[in-house]
Design a protein around this ligand. Structure first.
Ligand code: ZN
Length: 224
């Protein structure tokens, strides 16, 4: 069941791996089917290069496996994915990575400020990327820890762990996770140049003002 969604999960899990956002067997990905509410999620302990859509597990919101075609178990971080869907009805995709620069700041419990305007695309209502409090991987405490940060942002660092990014679409969720890593690296570099002094950050009010330029004269009719 849900072959198309399973294929999406495979595609973007592999993209994340190849782009270096999560190496080895770290990181996990899921999508929620709008109609049934079932979640297609990556298996635990499997190399992503060997992954096919048959390996993607289908589970319900009570963490009950509904389908596991090749007999794999879902990621041990499944509860966190399910919690993201419970907390945000607008969310239909979750990307979780252990990318290096972002994870470094998660260890420091350091939110990432709006050092560049890109952060405006990450749903950060408060104008920064928040840090979720520590929870041991796989536990309900970890799942609970992401609820608060996801109420003010589509992305969050997870203390001493990694990154979570959510969206209506998995391609976009992964893109957000990529931006988090890019911002973290730029933040790291500016902090280094400044000898640890905080770089200038944009005001939240400034970030919330973004709009497509009205000076550009578009073709009539529907535009993307
Ligand atoms: Zn993880």
């Amino acid at each position: 069941m849900l072959e198309e969604l399973k294929q999406q999960v495979v595609t973007y899990a592999l993209t994340a791996d190849r782009s270096g956002l999560c190496k080895h067997r770290s990181g996990n990905f899921s999508v929620r089917d709008e109609e049934t509410g079932l979640v297609c999620i990556t298996p635990t302990g499997m190399d992503r290069e060997e992954l096919t859509y048959h390996d993607i597990i289908v589970m319900d919101m009570d963490a009950k496996v509904v389908e596991a075609e090749t007999g794999h178990r879902p990621t041990s971080e499944s509860l966190m994915h399910l919690m993201a869907y419970k907390a945000r009805s607008d969310v239909h995709a979750v990307a979780h990575t252990h990318s290096k620069f972002a994870t470094s700041f998660s260890i420091l419990k350091k939110p990432i400020p709006a050092i560049v305007y890109e952060i405006a695309n990450l749903g950060c209502k408060e104008g920064y990327i928040p840090v979720a409090a520590y929870g041991r991987p796989g536990t309900p405490a970890l799942a609970e820890s992401i609820v608060e940060p996801l109420s003010i942002s589509d992305v969050a660092l997870m203390e001493s762990h990694g990154v979570i990014a959510v969206d209506a679409d998995l391609k976009e969720a992964l893109l957000k996770a990529s931006y988090v890593e890019e911002l973290a690296e730029v933040y790291y570099r500016t902090l280094t140049v400044l000898g640890g002094k905080e770089p200038h950050a944009l005001e939240n009010a400034e970030l919330q003002k973004w709009a497509y330029p009205k000076e550009i004269q578009l073709l009539p009719g529907e535009t993307k």
